[in-house]
Ligand binder design. Sequence first.
Ligand code: GLU
Length: 469
Amino acid sequence: MPRVRFAPSPTGYLHVGSARTFIFNWLYARHNNGTMILRIDDTDLERNTEQSLQSIFEGLKWLGLDWDEQYRQSERLDRHQALAESIFEKGLAYRDFTPASSDSTVGWLFNPGQREISREESDRRAAAGEPFVLRFRVPRDTPETVRFTDAVYGEQAKLAADIEDFALLRSTGGPTYHLASCADDVDLNISHIIRGQDHLTNTFKHVLIFQAADFTPPQFAHLPLLVAPDGAKLSKRKHGPVVSVTTYRDAGFLPHAFINFISLLGWSPKDDRERLTRAEMIEVFSFEGINRSNAVINFTEESPFDAKSVWLNSDHIRTMSATDLATELKPIVEAAGFSSERLGLITPLIQERIRLLNDVLIVGDFFFNAELAPYETTELVPKKGDLAMAKKALEAALLALESAEFAHDPLEAALRGAAETVGIKAGQLFEPVRVAVCGRKTAPPLFGTLEALGRDVCLARIHQALAKL
Ligand code: GLU
């Protein structure tokens, strides 16, 4: 059974790329009855924030993504230390006492001589309190090649001579990312590492650590980069809120539609289907569907969301049950200060017109606002008619609606009857009524709309329209 992990560093909000990494791990785990682990990489005390951790949880909660086990790296420092010690004891790491190398990015090339310090001297200097960085002793004598197979990028090989003696412990004694990550992967018995392609080159170092820990390296699957339309790697600094998951939530994406969109960034099912339910994604997910080229999110300054994401969202909205949709719309309507009491009636009428959940307030404005948006009197004029006809139609409608039963079929019958009585076509009566109650010509189906608005509102609005005439 696979054991996979999503390992965010809590140094910012949940980025769409991180969400995708979670989703791919999760799909793989759920497809294979495996275990999904959330590992919080919080060893970088200077950059971690509690707020960031909360925003990661908030994003995952919104997406309805779950996990089976959870760990914090900061609670496992003794395990990282233990692995560092065992590697050192095997002679596979050495202490580097050069002051400059307390910066863990300084490579072995810059501190010749440190590798060769005898164990005796090294112990003596450490015992005397001299600060050091613990470095991995990358094999140099033999023309060794470090290899691994990536499920996405294929066979990977690098000459050991091209890998620097990277740090395992910083001069502060704290673990580097490479050490902490591998120590936890070993302890948690991770079978597959699925993460961003930006970690591909780190993997050579990780393979060396796994070997030093006598652990069979997990299988790797690196995911293509997410990039902006100009090809630049997505970043908050450069691209703003479009890279944050909560931006999608706040704009009215369905969690599931967002997951669907994100999963298609760099992956596609065999049959190239685009709209997939959660269960369908789990069923068809496999590494073979992941491609190597960067995945572009097509946003512009005018429209911050990729057209495909909006299309997928409206498609999921269109095909979900009106009851479920009403549940999603309720908090939005209430947050805007309106009553959600009639949402059950309203939702099926506007379902087809909503692309993002927040559209409910635009396409359904006349249901919620007591006052209609102002409209021109001329809009009340039906096709091939005039103001006099509009007046005649509204007066007849008013009379009919005063006594009609407020349900779809009786309303239709009443208005058709009214048109006949005054001798105009039914359509010529419906048009001014629609404008009178909705404030515009393009609106949801009329009889359902009248029903949802209720008698009092309809009569009042028709009176107002007549007053304009
Ligand atoms: N904390 C690392 C990151 O956010 C984890 C990388 C990994 O999956 O090993 O990039």
